[in-house]
Design a protein around this ligand. Structure first.
Ligand code: MG
Ligand code: MG
Length: 340
């Protein structure tokens, strides 16, 4: 069921958006064309996982100390191979690559920057549970430069994102995308090889009745006020609004996707084993925050708007709280006052 009257593919949507900006040169749509090619190839490979020898782990761990699965590696290299020669990018960064990913010398350096988590939820790959790809695009700091992009081009605050999105490889393959004009959903139709718009201007409910977190870490959470807030959500209220229900897939992009549709809150606080939380600011939290804000929700790190943080490190982690506006505001009040 397509919940929009216009029949639009992702390339035609981007083209229409570019027409709103007379200064646009078409490089952005060419960049997105290369990126959606990579995403379609990854989707195809994910669909066949188990049939070919791509499940399981490699002998490597990445910068973050996670075990690298074969599909992590595969997806990382597909995105790099699709993106490094189009002349649209000056540098990239990925969860699966330690430092900057440079554009090879022989190719033109463009004015955009791409950061991505090639496969989110990779511990769920081998058990056939939803996984995803997260990406974010910035303009380089000096748009006229023709040289290699630098670390500063990567370490821009989230509010500078030009576009952000994620693909979920779930019961269908879904691309959720924003370029700052609302959040739109495209569903992949494998028979015609296109992402077709299925929701235009997705809106997260103002309040939900679901919360999503790794509650197994409850006693490891550093902040008593987070525990108090979660206990509050679980305490029945006379009006029947509480208790909230718990939902947790442990693929953050999938948990956030459900949160956008149904409302509620997703929490990944700091704890005694992850003193900065677990979510990565640059290529996970910021793109998800932009998608959520563009859908009318809210994304914070506890003390501030998430997209205002200036990153210091490609792989920096951040406490991450996102969801319905009223739910995240309740949490902010708890964090400030210890109660509502
Ligand atoms: Mg991830
Ligand atoms: Mg990953």
């Amino acid at each position: 069921m397509i919940r929009t009257t216009r029949l639009v593919t992702i390339p035609s949507h981007i083209k229409q958006e570019e027409e709103l900006h007379p200064e646009a040169t078409g490089t952005f749509s060419s960049l997105m064309q290369d990126l959606t090619l990579a995403l379609r190839i990854i989707a195809w490979e994910v669909r066949r996982a188990g049939l070919n020898d791509i499940l399981g782990i490699t002998d490597n761990t990445n910068y973050n100390g996670d075990i690298v699965r074969k599909l992590d590696d595969y997806s990382n290299s597909v995105i790099i191979r699709a993106m490094d020669h189009g002349g649209n990018l000056c540098v990239m960064a990925s969860e699966e690559s330690d430092g900057l990913i440079s554009i090879p010398e022989k190719y033109v350096k463009g004015k955009y920057v791409l950061v991505f988590d090639p496969l989110d939820g990779s511990t769920n790959i081998d058990v056939n549970i939803t996984i995803g790809t997260i990406f974010s695009i910035y303009q380089r700091i000096d748009p006229d430069s023709k040289s290699d992009g630098t670390l500063d081009d990567i370490l821009q605050p989230g509010h500078k994102q030009v576009a952000a999105g994620y693909v979920l490889y779930g019961s269908s393959t879904t691309l959720v995308y924003t370029s700052g004009h609302g959040t739109h959903v495209f569903t992949y139709d494998p028979t015609i090889g296109e992402f077709i718009m299925t929701f235009e201007n997705l809106e997260i409910p103002k309040r939900g009745n679901l919360y999503s977190c790794n509650e197994g870490n409850f006693f490891k959470w550093n902040n008593q006020r987070i525990r108090d807030y979660v206990n509050y959500l679980k305490t029945p209220s006379e009006d029947g609004v509480r208790p909230y229900n718990l939902r947790y897939i442990a693929t953050s992009v999938a948990d956030i996707h459900r949160t956008i549709y149904y409302g509620g809150i997703y929490l990944y606080p700091e704890d005694t084993s992850s003193p900065k939380g677990k979510i990565r600011l640059v290529y996970e939290a910021n793109p998800l925050a932009m998608i959520i804000e563009q859908a009318g929700g809210k994304a914070i790190s506890g003390t501030q708007r998430l997209m205002d943080i200036v990153p210091e490190h490609i792989h920096q982690r951040v406490p991450f709280f996102v969801g319905s506006k009223d739910d995240v505001t309740d949490l902010e009040i708890f964090l400030r006052n210890g109660k509502l």
